[in-house]
Ligand binder design. Sequence first.
Ligand SMILES: [Zn+2]
Length: 214
Amino acid sequence: MRLVFMGPPGVGKGTYASALSRRCGIPHISTGDMIREEIRRGTELGRRLREYVERGLLVPDELVTEMLRRRLQQEDCQRGFILDGYPRTLRQAEELDRMTRVDLALYFTAPDEVIIDRVSGRRVCRSCGAIYHVRYMPPRVPGVCDRCGGPLYQREDDRPEVVKRRLEVFREQFAPVLDYYRGKGILVEIDASEQAEVVVPRVFSTLESRGFKC
Ligand SMILES: [Zn+2]
């Protein structure tokens, strides 16, 4: 089960990938998490990655691709994997095909209003990083972290106007990747406009209907 998870920022694909990973025992490979981990470990690659991340620049294709190539060769990827955050460009999609075979590309969709509502309600604890939502997962006391009592704030990236712009950028940049998988006949769209309790079972049943079992 070699899967690619795609979708606009805030659609919740990380949550769905974790749930599937737990159920099927295949790794959830998030390139964003991998980049942060390499930097934290201070590896040679991590030092090169840090230069881009600290300056707020996009990490070059070659670096991300090289990191992923090594990751996919590890033992735990033999039965499959869930890729999250890669490919982002047509070039990366072609590169991925040279590394391995992708069985299915799942594209999670939701109307813009739903994503904006979900993301802009998010609040993060300044002290411990715990994440809340003003409606779906409110803290006991508004503005205060349940876990550590720290102050909650809204990340710059989560402001409605920023989310709106990121959605536009996503749509524009991602169209060729979607077309690529659609052309191969392995693109499946999944409606992710409801809460995760509804979407996760939908992911399982979609995979089962395609003959993937775990
Ligand atoms: Zn906290």
